[in-house]
Each structure stands twice: as structure tokens, then as C-alpha cells.
Design a protein around this ligand. Sequence first.
Ligand code: NDP
Length: 234
Amino acid sequence: MARTVLVTGGNRGIGLAIAQAFAKQGDRVAVTHRSGEPPAGLFGVRCDVTDADSVDAAFTAIEAELGPVEVLVANAGITDDTLLLRMSEEQFTSVLDTNLTGAYRCAKRAAGKMLRAKWGRMIFISSVVGLSGGAGQVNYAASKAGLVGVARSITRELGSRNITANVVAPGFIDTDMTAVLTEERRAEIRKSIPAGRMASPDEVAAVVTWLAGDSAGYVSGAVIPVDGGLGMGH
Ligand code: NDP
């Protein structure tokens, strides 16, 4: 059954791969983008997840074009790495505002319509770093760990209404976000991953589309790693 899907930050990287995977299986897919043109073949809406009015307007536009959002993939995210002693309060709060509060804004806006439909899927894109921590990533790791609390609380609030909320925790995925790493750092990272390689965004998308389907209806509040074994033990 075709669903209406919203992927935030779906104009590039992991979000785009997720959006394309849903489109390929016949769903109605909207993606948010902040600037430029939306990806070809997908319904693009401008949205900055740090702005509640912008989130509301994006949902309203999607509802008019594709119907209420049945599957929300909260994927938009940023990093602003630096060591704790150098991290300004602005660096901390801006990463939290995008990655964690942004996901809350979208989930809150999506929940009403999901409740009315008595069906919904919320999938939060976290990170292996949310559970393992990362040097220089106090802000990012805090935001990604916070998504676990969000998904599990939503599971307790809305689980009886056929609405699931899950977290996907990718390891190192080849996107613009990891393209900034030096080759030396990439080699080090590869050595630490049992799978011995980074992943393609499509490998994250495959797990997200499965979670959104009817067959995953009894999976909620879960944290699913897609990290080649990097974070084992959480
Ligand atoms: P990219 O940097 O390639 O893309 C980030 C996306 O988020 C872009 O579409 C960007 O939009 C969007 N975005 C950022 N800030 C905002 C905002 N305020 N409002 C709306 N959209 C915003 O990242 P990835 O594809 O690599 O990462 C996607 C998600 O996966 C992130 O949450 C990231 O933390 C997570 N992740 C990534 C890993 C990796 O190895 N790559 C590993 C683990 C988790 P725009 O194009 O307009 O800037």
C-alpha cells in the first residue's frame, strides 16, 4: 500500500537515498530542502527544521499535495565538532536545535494526523556516536542520544495507536558529512570497523524502508545499528 512519506534533509546524502528507496517502492515522497532545487522526481518543500513555522508550513504544503504524512523520517542533521573546552554554548545549542529539537518539531507536527489515521511510522536517524560518544562531539552525541529518549517516549505515548517510533543508528556512511575526513582518518576508521569499510547511504535506506512497512509493525522503541559492527555492545 502506497504511503505518504516525508524525509527531512532528503535533498542529499542519506536522506536522498532514503527518499529514493521509498519512491522506488511506489510511495508518495516529499523531501525538505533549505536552498537550491529539490531532487528530480521528488516533491520538494523548503523547510528549516530549526523554525517551527517553517516545519508547519512544510507539512501543510505536503498535506495539500500528497495527503497527511504517514511515515516521518527525521534525518536532517549537522555536525559542529570541537573539543569540550573549546565548544561555545552556541555550538552546543545550534547542533541540539537542528538534530534533536528539529526532530521533536517534526514528530509533534506529524503525530496529530497519525493519531487520526490510527497508523504511523516515525524513524529518527541517530548515529553510532549517540551511544558510544565521540571525542569532539559532545554536542552531536548528546543530540543523537536524545533521539533515543524521544522515540521511546513516543512509543509509550502512541504505541497503542498503531504508531511506531524507532531509531536507526548509522556508523560511517559515505556522504558529504564524512567527505571532510582526511584519507588518513578514513583509513583509521576503516580499521576500527569489523566490516572493514564505510557503507553506502542505500544500506541505511534499506533498514528505514523496512521499519516503515507493515511487516515491522511490532518493532518500536528500538535502536537499530547500521554500522558494520562498529558499535556492538549497546
Ligand atoms: P549531509 O551533510 O550529507 O546532509 C545533511 C542534510 O540535513 C542535508 O539535506 C541538509 O540540508 C539537512 N539539514 C541540515 N540542517 C538542516 C536544517 N536546519 N533544516 C533542514 N534541513 C537541514 O548528511 P548525511 O546525509 O551524512 O547525514 C544525514 C543524517 O544521518 C544526519 O542526521 C547525520 O547526523 C546522520 N548520520 C550520518 C552519518 C554519516 O556517516 N554520514 C553517520 C551517522 C549518522 P541542506 O542541503 O539544505 O544543507
